[in-house]
Ligand binder design. Structure first.
Ligand code: HEC
Length: 130
């Protein structure tokens, strides 16, 4: 009896650790994400409402929007046809390795391989594009 209670406590602790880990992974650091965006994305993208399309499209209202639909921007054929909705998950997949996740995309960007950096950039994008 004693033994099974101890085991149970270990199990609960492990589950709680896993849960906090997951929560942390999903909530990136907005300030770090802003810095990363300014360094890695800003040359090609604006974020504010009505912002210009540059080399890449304006990203205002990105979350929940269908890929390849910002008016007045000339997307690649593949981005227009991809037809996905931008969420934490699809953005992370695309930004981790654009050319592999969407072969033929005209976004010339090597990708962000580190999960924490991806989380940060996505957290910032959410704030800055709504
Ligand atoms: C060298 C320029 C360049 C850089 C740097 C760049 N992008 Fe892009 N981005 C593009 C282009 C061009 C497209 C359009 C791709 C297409 O049509 O295939 C695009 C498309 C996108 C889209 C899809 C938008 C939509 O309307 O569906 C997202 C999201 C995006 N970029 C985010 C980012 C983020 C975040 C970064 C930095 C981590 C970044 N990009 C860095 C040029 C760039």
């Amino acid at each position: 009896m004693k033994r099974s209670i101890a085991l149970c406590a270990v199990f609960v602790t492990a589950a709680m650790t896993a849960a906090t880990g997951a929560a942390r992974a999903q909530s990136g650091d907005v300030a770090k994400g802003e810095r990363a965006f300014n360094l890695q994305c800003k040359a090609c993208h604006t974020l504010e409402r009505g912002g210009a399309n540059k080399i890449g499209p304006n990203l205002y209202g990105l979350m929940g929007r269908r890929s390849g639909t910002m008016k007045g921007y000339g997307y690649s054929e593949v981005m227009r046809r991809f037809g996905i909705e931008w969420t934490d998950k699809t953005l992370a997949e695309y930004l981790r390795d654009p050319r592999t996740s969407m072969p033929g995309t005209k976004m010339v960007f090597a990708g962000i391989r580190r999960q924490d950096q991806l989380d940060d950039v996505i957290a910032y994008l959410k704030e800055a594009t709504r």
